[in-house]
Design a protein around this ligand. Structure first.
Ligand code: NIG
Ligand code: FE
Length: 414
């Protein structure tokens, strides 16, 4: 049966790890999906839809659209002042305990209007598009009351509707203790479990549930209450775990079949084995490691040895990672964490999609996936990771449509 196509992308150089460097491919697209990917010299027969367009591709490198699987992209204000304090010697924990840190962003986020939050997050999202991102996870967690958590999640959904990017939302109500609940953490968790999460889930605002399991945030038992609620509502979970210390968050998360556990600098071998058994992806966040001037490295060699997939992401947030560059994040994963270039690319595509539980839609250039891909003006895939501060993304295609940069249409290609 001949396949119908709405567009055909010729003469691309496949940059996905493992592919031969010189292979030229063509991608056939029907509506928002990849119909097939084939050697450029051996195209399957196809039928042109009335709106059919052919793009020459001009020998550009192609990767799947990058997937940002861990961000706090929606927030009010910023914390450049705190950056100065940290440079002067204050630690992240000291600033948090003194009422700064996350709680200062909570004040700014509560005070911001929905339009202000949308505008500032849209600006950050444009930086991500410029580096090839076509899907992004966005967490709440700077509201810590029902109205503001709802406001953040509505803004995230609106970003997905009004901008050409797929947005997955994550409820992170258990991110920090709001100041009005000081000394009453259990009561705050009651609020999260009985009001916030059920109400926001009911409004269709929640795709997944996260928590911050740490001495300066919530205990394993408190995070478990949040996970029990998520399980009751049929929502998948993930966890900020073992970032500053090892208190057992990873083992809790794996008991609930977590999609991912994130940060993991302090994870040990038992954690890694539990992740392998639960099918949990390790999300590593080198920009947060770098900004906090951490010295404890995540156990990358153990993840490899036990076959736990590793994803990376900017962790874009106003405190520990004011990071807007996926390519720089890949460089950091290689330079700081010892990733290979192939691992960094897989971590931003296939494994990041897996961390979101969305492998069937994103992360690879296979038939049936969204036609989301990035074209890069580089001679080798190593260059994506090698340059610091370059913008080699010549075009971003999302759901089969050019949404950033430009591609010449109509030519037949070489
Ligand atoms: O992923 N670890 C907790 N949450 C964020 C930091 C949030 C903040 O400092 O505003 C993170 O690093
Ligand atoms: Fe985070």
């Amino acid at each position: 049966m001949t396949q119908r196509l709405t567009s055909l992308w010729r003469n691309l150089r496949h940059a996905t790890a493992g592919a031969s460097d010189s292979s030229r491919v063509a991608i056939g697209v029907l509506d928002d999906r990849i119909a097939w990917i084939a050697p450029d010299g051996d195209l399957p027969a196809f039928e042109r839809a009335p709106e059919f367009v052919q793009y020459a591709g001009a020998g550009a490198r192609v990767t799947p659209g990058l997937v940002e699987c861990h961000t706090h992209l929606v927030f009010g204000g910023n914390r450049a002042d705190e950056f100065g304090r940290r440079l002067a010697g204050a630690s992240y924990e000291e600033i948090a305990r003194a009422g700064g840190g996350i709680v200062s962003t909570v004040r700014a986020t509560r005070a911001a209007s929905e339009d202000e939050l949308f505008a500032s997050a849209a600006g950050r999202l444009h930086c991500l598009f410029a580096e090839g991102v076509s899907a992004v996870e966005i967490k709440s967690g700077y509201g810590l009351d029902v109205q503001t958590e709802a406001k953040m999640l509505r803004v995230a959904r609106r970003l997905g509707r009004e901008l050409p990017v797929t947005v997955y939302t994550t409820f992170l109500g258990a991110h920090a203790l709001p100041p009005e609940y000081r000394g009453r953490a259990e009561e705050y968790i009651d609020l999260v479990c009985t009001d916030m999460l059920p109400m926001l889930a009911e409004q269709g605002l929640v795709d997944a549930v996260d928590a911050f399991c740490e001495n300066i945030a919530f205990s394993v038992a408190q995070c478990e209450r949040v996970f029990e609620t998520a399980a009751r509502l049929g929502l998948p979970v993930k966890l900020h775990a073992e970032q500053l210390s090892n208190i057992g968050g990873t083992r809790l998360a794996t008991r609930y079949g977590a999609l991912s556990t994130d940060h993991l600098e302090h994870a040990n071998e038992a954690d890694v084995i539990a992740m392998r058994q639960a099918g949990t992806t390790a999300v590593l966040l080198p920009a947060a490691y770098y900004c906090l001037r951490e010295t404890k490295l995540p156990p990358v060699e153990m993840f490899r040895r036990h076959g736990v997939p590793m994803a990376i992401s900017t962790d874009c947030n106003p405190g520990t990672a004011p990071a807007l560059s996926p390519l720089l994040t890949m460089n950091m994963a290689c330079t700081l964490f010892g990733f290979t270039i192939d691992e960094a690319l897989q971590a931003y595509t296939r494994n990041a999609a897996q961390a979101l539980g969305k492998s069937e839609l994103h992360g690879t250039l296979d038939a049936g996936r969204y036609a989301d891909f990035a074209l890069w003006d580089v001679d080798s895939i190593s260059e994506l990771v090698y340059w610091l501060g370059a913008s080699p993304c010549s075009a971003l295609i999302r759901h089969g449509v050019v949404v950033h940069g430009a591609v010449e249409a109509g030519a037949t290609g070489k």
